[in-house]
Design a protein around this ligand. Structure first.
Ligand code: NAP
Length: 244
């Protein structure tokens, strides 16, 4: 399989590259930090059929699209690159807000604008969206991030309905807290925190089983679903009782 992974230089993306490194797979690893991609390439070279590095900033949409187009036909894309603004009660600047949306939402469409016509002419292909459990319940300290991931869920759902008959499988993964550079910034106790390896094990299994919508860990997801069933005034009380 030919697999493109965005945000492959660290965290979940790098670990997913390790999972998919095999003699059957050709990997295309995209991120800005080329040194980190090079290191990963050396680590995985002996296990993998071929690895192509794509040093790129996903917010540079035009050059991103040219690079994606040059890859030709792919079997799977894992849309994993993402940023957060950390957890803060400050009002986000419009620049930071826009940048986050560029990475977490628009860049994925920039990639799919190029890949979807190719996927439609193939017999089968997979698109994996890495969303977040935070998209299902918005904490005030993470409203920009949560809203971007909620937008991603809606977009992914639409892509799934639209392209199902063309053999395009869409898998939306909604992780809770997983150890990575993104969560290393958090200065609070993260419920149900998983190691990178344990988190990516679950993501890998969800992709292999072609789960359409995969929120995890289950206990965290069920708590969120329960909270969402409560009347708004009770949710307000619960949210206000939390510091973050
Ligand atoms: N960790 C969690 O608890 C958690 C939970 C739910 C969802 N997620 C989602 O999982 C995904 C991966 O996050 P992570 O936890 O693995 O964090 P991470 O270690 O910070 O990884 C983020 C990746 O995105 C890439 N990236 C960021 N901005 C980019 C840009 N402008 N252009 C190209 N690549 C860019 C980074 O590469 P460069 O900096 O080298 O460009 C890096 O490889 C994100 O979408 C995140 O929202 C994570």
């Amino acid at each position: 399989m030919k697999i493109l992974i965005t945000g492959a230089s660290s965290g979940l993306g790098a670990e997913l590259a390790r999972r998919y490194a095999s003699q059957e797979n050709e990997l295309f690893l995209l991120a800005r930090r080329e040194d980190r991609l090079q290191k990963l390439k050396y680590e995985l070279l002996s296990k993998t059929k071929q690895i192509t590095l794509i040093p790129a900033d996903v917010t540079q949409f035009q050059s991103l699209q040219e690079k994606i187009d040059a890859l030709g036909v792919l079997d799977m894309v894992i849309l994993n690159a993402g940023v957060s603004l950390g957890h803060s009660d400050d009002i986000a600047s419009i620049e930071a807000f826009k940048y986050l949306y560029d990475v977490n939402v628009l860049a994925n469409h920039a990639i799919l604008e190029i890949l979807l016509p190719k996927f439609c002419s193939q017999q089968s292909s997979k698109i994996v969206f890495i969303s977040s459990l935070s998209s299902l319940f918005t904490m005030p300290s993470a409203k920009v991030y949560a809203s971007s991931k909620r937008a991603l869920n809606a977009y992914a759902e639409g892509i799934r309905y639209k392209y199902a008959k063309k053999g395009v499988k869409v898998i939306t993964v909604l992780p809770g807290f997983i150890q990575s550079e993104l969560t290393d910034k958090n200065d609070f106790s993260m419920p149900f925190l998983l190691s990178t390896e344990a988190g990516v094990d679950r993501i890998y299994r969800a992709i292999e089983k072609e789960k359409r919508f995969y929120p995890f860990p289950l206990r965290f997801y069920l708590i969120i679903q329960f909270l969402n069933l409560l009347p708004q005034f009770l949710r307000d009380i619960i949210v206000h009782s939390k510091k973050k």
